[in-house]
Design a protein around this ligand. Structure first.
Ligand code: FMN
Length: 221
């Protein structure tokens, strides 16, 4: 079961008997407004992956989710280095990113593929956020969270090989990665400069992935 406020309150407020429980999780036992964080593993200005994850985020928002979009470029993260961490502590961007992850129920991640794997920027952000601050539980930013992953590439495989690695990494840090994923091939033709996908069925599919994440987060609430 996901770590939720509802679960923390469960022993004190028996199911079905508490107004407070209903406020936290909704009258039907579902969480009213799961929080979702959306980000791409690219720092590039015109990134197809940023555009793609924003389409999925729109699907979640239309369903009722609160979505925070994070641009990894804005975090200004140095390459993770234990000496640097020991000397200065985590950089502000890492702390900000981790706080958003801790507060979320689900993650939408679009991962570019670099040399058959996820980007260094994405792995680096995960590495920083995986580091426990004093008083935090191990992997507090990730454990018990749910993720939906996708990718976009101008290439023919759409970045599919990188998703295999990303799925494994997230699973190892206790994130439940939903089975549905999508790798958008020929991204330069499929995703317009305006950030939209013209192909209606593909657009619906990507929005549907965001909606599905919201639905699962609500049920786990
Ligand atoms: C170092 C590097 C390695 C790349 N390797 C791959 C690859 O293995 N597979 C692939 O489909 N595209 C590869 N590409 C092309 C990226 O998919 C392309 O640059 C894409 O636009 C990056 O995602 P973005 O648009 O979100 O920034 C590579 C690009 C770079 C810079």
């Amino acid at each position: 079961m996901a770590k939720t406020m509802g679960q923390w309150y469960a022993p004190v407020w028996p199911a079905g008997s508490s107004t407070l429980q209903a406020i936290i999780t909704g009258v039907d036992g579902m969480k009213d407004k799961p929080k979702i964080i959306a980000f791409a593993g690219s720092t590039r200005t015109g990134s197809y992956n940023k555009k793609l994850v924003k389409i999925a985020a729109r699907g979640a928002e239309v369903s009722g989710a609160h979505v925070d979009f994070v641009d990894l470029r804005d975090l200004n993260l140095p390459i993770f280095d234990e000496d640097l961490e020991a000397k200065n502590g985590p950089p502000d961007g890492a702390t900000r990113f981790k706080e958003l992850l801790k507060a979320c129920d689900g993650m939408l991640i679009s991962s570019p593929e670099y040399n058959s794997s996820l980007s260094a920027a994405l792995k680096n952000a995960i590495d920083w956020a995986s580091r426990p601050a004093e008083g935090e539980k191990p992997l507090e930013a990730f454990a018990g969270k749910v993720a939906v992953i996708m990718s976009a590439s101008p290439g023919g495989l759409g970045g599919l090989r990188g998703l295999v690695h990303l799925r494994a990494i997230l699973g190892n840090i206790q994130v439940t990665v939903l089975p549905n994923q999508h790798a958008v091939a020929s991204a330069h033709e499929v995703i317009g400069d305006d950030g939209n996908i013209k192909d209606e069925s593909l657009c619906n599919k990507i929005e549907g992935m965001g909606a599905r994440l919201w639905e699962v987060c609500r049920k786990l609430g």
